[in-house]
Structure formats: structure tokens, C-alpha cells
Design a protein. Structure first.
Length: 201
């Protein structure tokens, strides 16, 4: 594959992840406005869309864009070096794609059952790619950062709502599970693109 083709593929995958990350952050801001800061759904409407509609977009479209970007960048991330990275890559895709398809099918944001799967996949991918020259150190740290946020989000989600509601627990969960990871994925896409440009130049 020529340098031009490789550069175009990396650029395309990076754009998909940047777009998916930014949409995750944007959809979360709308979703939390519609739903409210606690476990009680305040059932507001934004642009004619209910909590269910914005939740479906948050959990479905964003994750699929990020997963598509990971698939486009698969040869750089995992498929050439190490079993650990490959296992993490597969777990990450499962943790993104399966809940996205569930959310789109039920037309709502489903429970966070797959957060530990994605978090584990991110950690394994980050550690497994540490000797991969195609993945920069900032990119690996971003993968690990997103994984840690998702793991904390799942731990937060299993706490009883009477403990978390008084401090806006649902909104805190969203920061950990959606806003922070969304920004992280956008930065990861930028980092992957910049590193590839340096390597190919």
C-alpha cells in the first residue's frame, strides 16, 4: 500500500474517531439537559427530541463512529504486534458495537453493562501496544485514560441512587462515561493522525 493510501486511511480513521468523540460530548450535553442531574428523569425536550431519542444517539451513533475509526486503524493499533493488543482490540470493539446496536434497537440508552468490557479492552490495548512504534505514547495514555474513566463510571453506576442523587450523581456518571471519554476519543484521533504524519513524512 502506498504512502498516500496509508495516509488517507489514517486520516479517515482519525476523522471518524474525532467526530464520534465530539458527538459523544455534544449528545451528552443535550441528554443531561433533557434527563436532569439525578436518577429521576425530568423528561424535558430539546429540538423536539425526548430523553429516549437523545440517549439512543448518545449510545448508538457515537459509539459506531468510534468503532468504525478503530476498524480503519486496526493494522496500526493491534493486528500487527502482540496478542495482548489484539485481545484488547476485540474486547474494545465488542464494548462499543454491541451496546450501540442494543441502544439503536431499543431506541434508548441502555444500562452500562458493557462498560467493563470496553474498559478492559482499552487497558489491554494500551499495555499491549507499548512496544508498537505505530502507536505514540500520548495515544497509549489516552487509551488508558478513557479506560480508567469507564471503569470508574461503572463503579459509580452500581452505587445506590439515594447516595448519589443528592450530589447530582447521574450527571457525574455522564461525565465519567460519556463527556470525558468523548473528549478523550477526539484527542486520540488527533494524536493518531499527528503521529502518523510524523512517521510518514
Amino acid at each position: 500500500m502506498s504512502t498516500t493510501d496509508t495516509s488517507a486511511r489514517i486520516g479517515g480513521g482519525s476523522i471518524l474517531m474525532i467526530l464520534g468523540g465530539l458527538l459523544t460530548a455534544a449528545f451528552w450535553l443535550i441528554f443531561t439537559t433533557v434527563h436532569g442531574p439525578t436518577s429521576l428523569n425530568e423528561d424535558r425536550a430539546v429540538l423536539g427530541g425526548s430523553m429516549l431519542f437523545w440517549g439512543m444517539l448518545l449510545g448508538g451513533i457515537s459509539n459506531l463512529l468510534i468503532a468504525a475509526g478503530l476498524v480503519v486503524l486496526s493494522s496500526r493499533l493491534a493486528l500487527t504486534i502482540g496478542r495482548l493488543a489484539r485481545v484488547g482490540y476485540v474486547l474494545l470493539l465488542i464494548g462499543l458495537i454491541v451496546p450501540a446496536l442494543i441502544d439503536l434497537s431499543i431506541q434508548a440508552l441502555g444500562p452500562p453493562f458493557f462498560l467493563p468490557v470496553a474498559a478492559t479492552g482499552l487497558a489491554l490495548l494500551a499495555f499491549g501496544a507499548r512496544h508498537n512504534p505505530r502507536v505514540s505514547r500520548p495515544s497509549r495514555l489516552l487509551l488508558l485514560f478513557i479506560g480508567v474513566l469507564l471503569a470508574i463510571a461503572f463503579a459509580w453506576a452500581v452505587l445506590p441512587s439515594p447516595l448519589t442523587d443528592p450530589i447530582g450523581g447521574y450527571r457525574i456518571y455522564g461525565v465519567l462515561a460519556h463527556l470525558g471519554p468523548g473528549i478523550g476519543w477526539a484527542l486520540f484521533g488527533i494524536s493518531a493522525c499527528e503521529h502518523a504524519r510524523e512517521v510518514l513524512s
